[in-house]
Write a protein that binds this ligand. Structure first.
Ligand code: NAP
Length: 230
């Protein structure tokens, strides 16, 4: 049986998530590419080839999180890397003073409570790993000093995700689980909206945090392997 590290990536069917799966597989990880649409996940995993399996996961669903935990326990018995990548709600059309709070709450379900719930569901498996890493894919749009009036749902939820990162890092330090937030920069994906840098460059910083050596940083916010202000 392989002892290659096992990695779960959320929103793995396209964009930065898909590229993160590709890069982790190239490094020899056994990758569980998750997607909320099973067919899209399977099509994406097929493209990446051996070492990548698809599993359905809507990050807002606790039932899906539990089913994923059961699958991982049966098949691998542990989890080494969790990349919380899935996100929605880059609301360039809104301003904070007039924001539709329904859209804010919806973004929070995916961008904050999703990762939080998934960490809780997968924690026993992460604890079974000798070198567990959690990467929360965040954004400079959630950095306190850069907050403006725009993209309120997105910025507030990424700010909260950064807070979650810090709190989890402190809580899980005694388990030697490294927890970090990574901003991929402006990347040419559907969310990036056209323009931005190649997806491989954005994903590289995520993969770096997912493969930190023992004793590496925890509770940090990084872009391109360098610490950036919260
Ligand atoms: P993207 O192209 O819009 O892809 C988003 C992914 O998240 C898709 O796979 C989508 O699945 C998935 N997703 C959305 N809601 C989900 C849910 N409830 N359950 C499971 N999967 C769900 O975005 P991206 O540019 O690759 O962004 C990836 C990450 O990087 C995000 O956290 C984003 O905030 C961050 N980021 C991106 C940029 C940028 O410039 N692109 C900049 C800073 C940070 P479907 O295909 O089913 O919709």
């Amino acid at each position: 049986m392989s002892d290659a590290p096992v990695a779960v990536v959320t929103g793995g069917n396209r964009g930065i998530g898909l590229e993160t799966c590709r890069q982790l597989a190239a490094l020899g990880h056994r990758v569980v590419l998750t997607a909320r649409d099973a067919a899209k996940g399977e099509a994406a995993a097929r493209k990446l080839g051996a070492g990548v399996e698809a599993h359905r996961l809507d990050v807002t669903s606790v039932t899906d999180a539990t089913a994923l935990a059961e699958h991982l326990a049966d098949r691998y018995g542990q989890l080494d890397v969790l990349v919380n990548n899935a996100a929605i709600g880059y609301d360039t059309w809104q301003r904070v003073s007039t924001a539709d709070l329904h859209q804010v709450r919806e973004a929070a379900e995916t961008n904050v409570y999703g990762p939080w719930q998934l960490v809780q569901a997968l924690l026993p498996l992460l604890r079974a790993s000798r070198q567990a890493r959690i990467v929360n894919v965040s954004s400079g749009a959630g950095a306190i000093d850069d907050l403006g009036a725009g993209t309120p749902a997105y910025s507030i939820t990424k700010l909260a995700l950064n807070g979650l990162t810090l709190m989890l890092a402190r809580d899980l330090r005694h388990d030697r689980i490294l927890v970090n937030a990574v901003c991929p920069g402006w990347v040419d994906t559907d969310m990036g909206g056209g323009g931005g840098r190649p997806v491989a460059e954005g994903a590289a910083g995520v993969v770096w945090a997912a493969t930190l050596p023992g004793g590496g940083p925890t509770g940090g916010f990084f872009r391109d392997r360098r610490k950036i202000p919260w």
